[in-house]
Design a protein around this ligand. Sequence first.
Ligand code: NAD
Length: 298
Amino acid sequence: MTAEIISGTEIRKEILAEIKQEVEEMKAKYGRGPGLVTILVGSSPASISYVTLKVKTALSVGFHEIQDDQPEDISEADLLALIDKYNNDPTIDGILVQLPLPKHIDDKKVLDAIHPDKDVDAFHPVNVGRLMIGGDAVRFLPCTPAGIQEMIVRSGTETSGAEVVVVGRSNIVGKPIAMMMAQKGIGANATVTIVHTRTKDLAGHCKRADILIVAAGVPDLVKPEWIKPGATVIDVGVNRVGMNEKTGKAILKGDVDFEKAKEIAGKITPVPGGVGPMTIAMLMKNTLTSAKKTLGAA
Ligand code: NAD
């Protein structure tokens, strides 16, 4: 039987519509909506395209959005002063600094300068610590893991008591999603295993998974025979495997052999159109959450 496809594109639409509705209500009740600033340093085409998409999405849900572009040669001190300005601006609920930054600027110093309560990317050590504590301590969840969890929940996959195997242990995907799935709460309460490059029997672990989350960055790493029949498979990998000569666009592939895996899995995310579209939606959700907390609405 062919698996149900969990479409990130469709779920993102639902989430953005829900956010837009809440923003309208917030504006009516409190006289303002969420405020987001995106800081872009320099003019890398990839960074410009990411920032443009974030700005467009923020405006589409009714946020107050400031795109603050800075020259490539801005000093670290001036960038830190700019962040401090937005940290102290009561109309701004979220601050995003597009990475990578030029070589003369220390990324970590800049990200750590963002006030944890406005750190909607959830990369600040305080937010990483809050995630670890769980429950009410959490203000924001990192966006890609939050998107993964949202897809699991909205696809109706049971997580309580489920065997979850996470392939990959990066700070932005593997480690946080593993911790989130193991916490108490909705879309969690799972028994989690993290596997990585030093794992002895990768296939054996994957075969046990009721929910298999793959974030390795290796095309077709997960073979169809590693998938437990009926499992939910979340493929986070985005690998450029060639170029479409007609469109000039990159051909993308996930970490799972999708065509064969969909004949075994119960539910599966495609690449593209799976986890990818969820990340920006969760960024918007974090900004809304921030505004609600500031306004005392949550
Ligand atoms: P990373 O390179 O930081 O981490 C990859 C992890 O996978 C490592 O912990 C490594 O131990 C593990 N790994 C690599 N090869 C392996 C193998 N052969 N066997 C077992 N484990 C292996 O990568 P990342 O930042 O976590 O990203 C992973 C993938 O997810 C990439 O393809 C990336 O493009 C994609 N990604 C997508 C989104 C999104 O869609 N929004 C966001 C972040 C990352």
